[in-house]
Design a protein around this ligand. Structure first.
Ligand SMILES: [Zn+2]
Length: 146
């Protein structure tokens, strides 16, 4: 993952946070409200960073983020929160896919994801479209079609 992608993910997570932060449960005391907002911010950043790292294995990221933070919002606001998350996550996905299409994005697949017996990250190049090198291809989570 390059620096530009990280910066972009940070901006997408801030954008989601900005669009939902004022919807956080107003009927709790101020301190709790602040801690809720921080939890929401953390969840947004964590989700977007994971998205950049694990694009192909992160199914339904917008749903995962919504499940993480919905507890901090009144029921009446959850529809708006859900919509804001979908919009933000889809924008981030479009950005990542564009980066991939333009070859500017390292999917983490520039290096095999396996760990060697000595506990070091494997340095070999993965097979095209895969996360593991030929020696570690048995670790691939989905079977490789013949
Ligand atoms: Zn390997």
């Amino acid at each position: 993952m390059n620096e530009g992608t990280l910066t972009a993910m940070y901006q997408y997570s801030r954008a989601i946070y900005r669009s939902v932060k004022d919807l956080v449960d107003p009927y709790v005391d101020r301190e709790t409200n602040v801690s809720y907002r921080l939890a929401v911010l953390d969840a947004c950043e964590e989700t977007l960073q994971r998205l950049a790292r694990d694009r192909r294995y992160f199914a339904r990221p917008e749903r995962a983020l919504f499940q993480d933070i919905r507890q901090y919002f009144p029921i009446a606001q959850q529809g708006r929160v859900c919509a804001a998350i979908e919009e933000g996550v889809h924008a981030a996905l479009a950005f990542i896919d564009d980066q991939i299409a333009n070859g500017r994005f390292e999917l983490g697949s520039s290096r095999c994801r396996a760990t060697t017996r000595k506990g070091q990250p494997c340095q070999r190049t993965p097979l095209p479209e895969h996360d593991y090198c030929p020696s570690h291809r048995h670790l691939e989570p989905t079977p490789v079609p013949a």
